[in-house]
Design a binder for this molecule. Structure first.
Ligand SMILES: Cc1cc2nc3c(=O)[nH]c(=O)nc-3n(C[C@H](O)[C@H](O)[C@H](O)COP(=O)(O)OP(=O)(O)OC[C@H]3O[C@@H](n4cnc5c(N)ncnc54)[C@H](O)[C@@H]3O)c2cc1C
Length: 531
């Protein structure tokens, strides 16, 4: 099990004012789904490593603690969104936000990860010192003071969007509006919407999730969209999973259910890419079955893009269509001319009156939690930088980041990333390496970001994302089976990673008593491995 953290004198890290810096072998940033999963793998597979988790929030769960709007839920099945080492046992495959939050918290509790989390620590800067083979990490602590940590390896499990605020377009006349404007990312606990007229602006997963529960209590809910998304009705109970559970022993059944869902998801995604017209027609036929022949499906439910160019929206048990059929919810496809005192003036000339306007207009992309990075004092920029196997950055030592799939459950990739990082750390320990930097030959970069979706938030934030490369190991697969080959089974020392060793042969960059850079015999790092 992990040992005790050590205090290192900051002056020895060449970082300015003397003061205490707590050292851990590994720092994980983020206590969400991926941070807790990474911690589990680390303490299970690299038992000698000390680690801690820093999170800017005051509670566990990341996304599932932050988002509190009515009806918030997963749109992936929990058998693949949950952890493989702690399978989801609930019958409901599509789970509500509080159940997912509870699941993450219980996982942390069960594996003793709770005590490793430092809440209220927002990481702002990571500075790599090659002489120490260590990162110094600055965080804004609970009292607004800067707190410093040092580590040999930094795992960024900080998600992909700005937790502080969501995206709201700059609409004309918005200040004139007399009603209440709410963004789903910061849903007010006290918002009373019973009997109110509500307009939800947006057509993505959040809008599709919000409309049914709002419609139950509100007088009327209108979903106003500029253009439609694909909406697929799915049962929230997985009937095949129930059957498998009855037929097979418990432990085995959960693995079979997980693989069934992985393979079905991959099949449907690949079919959508190869036969987009066929999949499109199938989705639209099912919408027509839900809404009847007189509904204008062409106008309100036929997107301008192909299935899986953007993530599909799921309507569990067809709840979205049920809300429309009830007459309490409706869809308007139009554009906002201006906000007015009472609602929205649309470009068509129509007016929508509303007591509450919900801006389900998406997220603001934020890479590596907005943290700045310097390498030996020089700032580096992420934009356009190649990513190694979708988890490290070219030229950046001892830093991994965890971004899940855009076309499958997030956790599938997170789990592979965590496993790979453990293999890398164990390889480094076994050979007394202090740093690992993806270098290799100059990759050919594609004009494509790390996420292969053309959703609004990706287009808006493209400048912050690493780029996709044309071939291994710079290619981001978005494919679980290919990633399994690359991350679980391929050799760690693949000729692309440059490993270096400090001359004193220590496994850790900084020891309790003496820092490597304090060693008079030190005269630079020893490169091994790649060109
Ligand atoms: C409403 C919603 C629903 C979703 N549903 C699904 C779904 O059904 N299926 C799916 O596959 N994906 C879904 N996603 C994607 C989702 O983000 C992932 O499923 C997953 O929860 C992300 O986990 P994470 O731990 O990687 O990141 P997050 O949940 O974003 O957690 C990151 C954590 O890092 C912390 N952090 C960030 N930056 C810093 C910093 N600089 N310093 C300190 N702490 C920091 C944050 O406070 C946060 O606690 C959904 C996303 C949203 C917003």
């Amino acid at each position: 099990m992990a040992g005790v953290a050590r205090a290192a004198p900051i002056a020895l890290l060449h970082l300015g004012e003397p003061g205490d810096v707590e050292y851990f072998d590994v720092l994980i940033v983020g206590a969400g789904l991926s941070g807790i999963g990474s911690a589990y793998h680390l303490q299970t597979k690299c038992q000698a490593k000390t680690y801690t988790i820093l999170d800017g929030r005051s509670a566990i769960g990341g996304t599932w603690d932050l988002f509190r709007y009515p009806g918030v839920r997963s749109d992936s099945d929990m058998h693949t969104l949950g952890y493989p080492f702690r399978p989801w046992r609930d019958r409901k495959a599509i789970a509500d936000g509080s159940s997912i939050r509870k699941y993450i918290a219980e996982t942390a509790q069960e594996y003793g990860i709770n005590g490793k989390i430092r809440f209220g620590h927002q990481v702002t800067l990571a500075s790599w010192s090659p002489r120490d083979a260590a990162w110094t990490v600055d965080a804004t602590g609970p009292e607004g003071k800067t707190v410093q940590f040092a580590c040999n390896f930094l795992c960024m499990c900080s998600g992909y969007y700005d937790h502080a605020e969501g995206y709201t377009p700059d609409w004309p006349g918005i200040d004139r509006y007399q009603g209440r404007i709410v963004h789903p990312q910061s849903w007010p606990e006290d918002l009373d919407y019973e009997g109110k007229r509500i307009v939800v602006i947006g057509s993505g997963a959040t809008a599709v999730t919000l409309v049914p529960p709002l419609a139950k209590a509100a007088a009327q809910v209108t979903m106003l969209q500029r253009s439609p998304s694909y909406i697929v009705a799915l049962p929230s109970d997985d009937v095949a999973a129930d059957w498998i559970r009855r037929a097979l022993p418990a432990g085995f059944a959960l693995g079979v259910i997980r693989w069934k869902n992985v393979l079905l998801g991959m099949y449907f995604y690949n079919l959508s890419r190869r036969r987009p017209d066929r999949v499109k027609q199938q989705i639209l036929r099912r919408v027509r079955e839900q809404l009847g022949p007189d509904y204008d499906v062409e106008k309100h439910f036929t997107p301008r893009y192909n299935p899986w160019d953007q993530r599909l929206c799921v309507a569990p048990d067809a709840d979205f269509f049920v809300a429309i059929r009830s007459g309490k919810a409706s869809v308007v496809t139009d554009e906002i001319e201006t906000f007015t005192e009472r609602g929205l003036q649309l470009k068509s000339g129509d007016e929508l009156q509303a007591d509450i306007i919900v801006t389900a207009t998406g997220l603001k992309l934020k890479c590596l939690g907005g943290m700045k990075i310097t390498l030996d004092g020089t700032p580096i920029h992420l934009a356009g930088r190649a990513s190694y196997k979708g988890l490290m950055l070219r030229g950046v030592p001892n830093l991994s980041f965890t971004l899940g799939y855009s076309n499958a459950s997030w956790t599938l990739k997170c789990n592979l990333v965590a496993e790979y990082v453990c293999r890398l750390l164990n390889h480094m320990s076994a050979h007394s390496y202090n740093s690992a930097t993806p270098v290799g030959r100059e990759p050919v970069m594609l004009d494509k970001p790390a996420f292969n979706l053309n959703s609004g938030y990706i287009r808006r934030g493209i400048e912050f994302l690493p780029k996709d490369g044309s071939s291994r190991p710079w290619k981001i697969h978005q494919n679980y089976l290919l990633d399994m080959l690359d991350l679980r089974f391929s050799a760690v020392d693949d000729g692309t990673i440059e490993f270096t060793r400090l001359p004193n042969g220590r496994l850790s960059a900084i020891s309790a008593t003496k820092l490597p850079s304090d060693d008079a015999s030190w005269n630079g790092t020893v490169a091994e491995g790649a060109p």
